[in-house]
Design a protein around this ligand. Sequence first.
Ligand code: 3PG
Length: 393
Amino acid sequence: KKTVRDIDVRGKKVLVRCDFNVPQDKEGNITDDRRIVAALPTIKYLLENGAKVILMSHLGRPKEGYEEKYSVKPVAKRLSELLGFEVKLAEDKEVVGENAVRLVSEMKEGEVVLLENVRFIKTETKNDMDFAKKLASLADIFVNDAFGTAHRAHSSTAGVAEFLPAVAGFLIEKEIEIMGKALENPERPFVAILGGAKVSDKINVINNLIEKVDRLIIGGGMAYTFLKAQGFEIGKSLLEEDKIDYAKEMLKKAEEKGVKVYLPVDHVVAKEFSNDAEAMTVDVEIPADYMGLDIGPKTVKLFEEAVLDAKTVIWNGPMGVFEMPKFAVGTKAVAEALSKVNGTTIIGGGDSAAAVEQLGYAEKMTHISTGGGASLEFLEGKVLPGIAALNDK
Ligand code: 3PG
């Protein structure tokens, strides 16, 4: 794929789709600006090369068109702080309105304008071509750098590329380079660690990764369905009955492919799904009125040993109920184990990324993906529509 490096941007109006869908607290303060920071290399490159930069993003999932609480105003503020000059917000409820048109026409090289939340247009998520055309009318070139939204075929991610020369930004380039290499040509041993509550969210990922990895570690809520498939008692733990057969099939496939699968051998359990519940550690079988909420210490040790000599590791999904401190121990231990790996370490997904950040291990990882759903779909081996739409002109 071509990137901004391959085209001449001097004096051009460049419309850049970013993923500024960042978490906010009740007062609207941004609580994690990782996605904004990750967009800076492309923005700075365009500015240094004499482009006029028009940015756009979605924020949250507004259902009814314009709603003030979904405004990208906090993003404009944070971007201004990070860039050290004012990023002007085009405050149009219809996104491409008179403010946007005026601000863009007044722009000079090296300036930045941010459009309002593209999801204020209800048909944006339907890849409406009228809206895509309106967005395109503001600019000479389209750059997609929204890796986190690349799995969506929307007007601002895919449609707009029909009307302008379209290339990728540096964030998209970096995400697909690092994760693509891991999938296509990994240094071995290659280990995948999958967690999270549901097997059903990870079906295609497991299926695809079994073809590629040497070892597959499964923790978190989804592990119980696998343990059940192996005939263990799992008490009141999370179970997806209708996925037991799938779990059996995957265990069989792993065996055929020579992939070693690691499942929990002990658990931290409680009677209630609550941080206040009394917790205890049990071996692999879980008593009838208990539920597993985290991996136990023996499992931590087992998983640590399984990643220690890895040359490539991909991790997606927590090992327990990470949002409850009492059951976050396993997830934190895995984050720590990865920080010691002497190889490529790739973190995808919200909770695993949060664990790594909170513990201060971010610098120790090769790559923390800015994509949740997008990185999962990439690991499933799917073509992401926001990337496929780029015409490389
Ligand atoms: C994300 O947070 O995963 C992306 O920004 C996509 O958001 P969406 O799931 O609302 O499309």
